[in-house]
Design a protein around this ligand. Sequence first.
Ligand SMILES: [Zn+2]
Ligand SMILES: [Zn+2]
Length: 251
Amino acid sequence: MTRPLERWQRRIARADDLEARYPSAAELLRFYRRIARFQRDMGLDFDSLQNPPRDLSLHPARLPEPVQPYIGRLLRLLREEAPSALAQAARQLMRAEDWDPADPAPRFISRVLVQPYAQFLAARAKPRPEAVRAECPFCGEKPVAAVLRPEGEGGKRWLLCSLCATEWEFRRLLCPSCGEEDRDKLPVYAAEEFPHIRVEACDTCRTYLKAIDMTKDGLAEPEVDELAAVPLDLWAAERRYGKLQPNLMGL
Ligand SMILES: [Zn+2]
Ligand SMILES: [Zn+2]
């Protein structure tokens, strides 16, 4: 398994590449790069922790102890560099006593802070996921995307955890939300603009997730490519599919 630091570096570089390729996602990716640099620096600090607690609480009032020193720093960064609605929310949160975890800004902030810690813990634990479940075998969160990785003649399907970035193998024809396995009820949609990304939907429970096909683009960084393909989310929403798990940016 690659060390978390290298993974952050690759994500930052990939976001830079995709920014030039997909103007519709350029602003989002530019902001993502800023966040990913902050997360990479957090991850560097975690390397020196002696007995990191296995605590992955996403509740904004009960964040894991090792990430708490970063709350103020992140709020300052958002105040200065985030898109205006989020910057405004960050200004208010600096004064707020209690944050509502259901609001988009606290949700975003909690995930930005806990992701690098979860990825640090997962890398230490080296989970050997054999799960056939739809939740991450390490931290229990839902997947943010599927990843098709080359194997033999075709590709194997993995699910990618939205929090700790663990990947676990998952059957190709199986809805991770409701367990549907009838091929006719599991439509796949693709757009010319994104030859290596497709929407995997389920007509039974009306959920979808995006699959990043590494057999078509071996340079893809699934979390980042998933973000860049925001037009596919709009497309799915128009057809009234709901996303299995929103990405970091809440899309
Ligand atoms: Zn996880
Ligand atoms: Zn389903």
